[in-house]
Write a protein that binds this ligand. Structure first.
Ligand SMILES: Cc1cc2nc3c(=O)[nH]c(=O)nc-3n(C[C@H](O)[C@H](O)[C@H](O)COP(=O)(O)O)c2cc1C
Length: 161
């Protein structure tokens, strides 16, 4: 088994490196994966952008056996079922990993535009609960949710194979 990941700002890479250290599997970014064995089984980790797991489409033809999506919400947003359908990974184990983000003021280009729009939408909502307030603060001020313990379900799945 090998680990392949797509990470834009480094949070997903941290999980990929942690998983590599815990399992002894090698971790490759999607960009460097071309040099890895074509026949290896792959646990894929990608950051999520509007529910879409980034990097996955670039390695679809490889032997992906499990997928992890990293996002900033407490639990998968959209739901794991919705993520599986949208990313066409139904039937594969999917693990949500809480990643992180930089403050909105540090984002650039399209990402900044999208997150500004998303933030406005969240702020307009009348049904604000604690989780929603947390999402707002996360986007405005940044957040690092990467923790080793979040990998426990992935490690349990790997060792049960
Ligand atoms: C434009 C944009 C869209 C995002 N969409 C989602 C999303 O749909 N669900 C989610 O949980 N996180 C979403 N995020 C948060 C990132 O997935 C999260 O910050 C991730 O951990 C970043 O990983 P990276 O540092 O490896 O790039 C989005 C972030 C950006 C900038």
């Amino acid at each position: 088994m090998i680990i392949v990941y797509e990470s834009k700002t480094g949070f997903t890479k941290k999980y990929a490196d942690m998983l590599a250290a815990k399992t002894g599997f090698k971790a490759y970014s999607v960009k460097n994966f071309a040099n890895a064995g074509l026949y290896d089984e792959i646990t894929f980790l990608g950051w999520m952008k509007a529910g879409s797991i980034q990097g996955l489409s670039k390695i679809r033809k490889s032997r992906i056996v499990a997928v992890c999506g990293s996002g900033t919400a407490r639990t998968a947003e959209p739901s794991p079922e919705e993520v599986a359908t949208r990313n066409k990974i139904m039937g594969l184990p999917f693990f949500y990993l809480r990643g992180g983000c930089f403050p909105l003021s540090e984002l650039k280009g399209m990402d900044k535009l999208l997150m500004t729009f998303f933030l406005k939408m969240l702020k307009k909502r009348k049904d604000k609960d604690e989780e929603l307030e947390e999402s707002i603060s996360t986007i405005e001020f940044g957040y690092d949710g990467v923790k080793e313990e979040n990998l426990e379900p992935v490690l349990a799945w790997i060792s049960a194979r």
